[in-house]
Design a protein around this ligand. Sequence first.
Ligand SMILES: Cc1cc2nc3c(=O)[nH]c(=O)nc-3n(C[C@H](O)[C@H](O)[C@H](O)COP(=O)(O)O)c2cc1C
Length: 348
Amino acid sequence: MNRLESLLGLDLPIVLGPFGGLSSVELAAAVSEGGGLGSFGLYGYTPARIHETIERLHAATTRPFAVNLWLPRGDEVTPAEVDVRPYLDAARPLFEAAGVPVPVPPAEFLPPIAPQLDAVFDARPAALSVVFGVPDADLIGRARERGIAVVGTATSVAEALALEAAGVDAVVATGAEAGGHRVSFLDDPADSLVGTFALVPQVVDAVAVPVIAAGGIADRRGVAAAFALGADGVQVGTAFLRTRQSAATAAHRTALTGAADTSTRLTRALSGRLARGIPNHAMRSIETSGMIAPFPAQNWLTGVFRQAAAVSGDGELLSLWAGQAAGISRLDDAAALLAELAAGVPGR
Ligand SMILES: Cc1cc2nc3c(=O)[nH]c(=O)nc-3n(C[C@H](O)[C@H](O)[C@H](O)COP(=O)(O)O)c2cc1C
């Protein structure tokens, strides 16, 4: 048993990456039941929904699982602080294409973090992973009291050191290959695009806590490489997103199936923050207009047509988050993918 497995009570040092908006109880439970750490992304969830989701996870598996929250980075705008009308106007063709009216701004773009954390602590998952910041002493203290492990996420050595100093139990080192958002919090994410091969060994050398390698790992070769670089575990996102147990839409899954090494790029267009995905009509047309509201206003705005597109199955109006390794795994079953990844763990 390696130290990540003993920290979290796992049989396998393999973590399912959380997906804000696209996590499913079925996928998280499948990974936990298989001996890894299933994770569920709670981005944007109200406390009541957090409670209900964690209860469903507890009912689906008695094994450890993690939930994930986005910490405030401090630059989030409120509806009172940003006039979204010009951005809504620029995106009008996208609302029309999705068949939804141009929306009016809500009272708040995101639920506040404090009641989200209260709900997590109440519901007692085995682990809480966080992105976009350093947990404060109160968060760490309350997690400790309840036996909840805290996992931070770093895109640079400096971020890993800051997380370790704050008292996290483990650090995810996420390279620029990874699908979804660049979760940098010290520097501009565009200046923290270190690849997994360069990032993991430098983080391993810098911190004493267990390091979980993420970004571009999709089969046994990637897992073996991560361990050779000194990682204590791996976190895999895109390859699991492709499995039938995830909450990805059929259109998203089709885009992942057709992806090659060069099929993804980084954009701020869909959320206002830098994230990696497969270009489609929505991404290109917002980039062309140049009208990108600050986060989380842009994420709310595009969320209105993305939700309609998820229902209608229109992949051109979704955010097709995906990592550079999307083309590696063709497995569509979570247990089969977990077995493939496990084959790369040294000594298995
Ligand atoms: C659709 C999607 C949504 C994601 N949402 C989150 C999130 O809310 N929180 C988080 O910590 N990571 C999130 N990630 C990152 C993954 O959890 C994981 O670290 C990453 O996908 C690993 O790189 P890979 O895609 O190359 O496997 C997301 C990734 C994707 C593809």
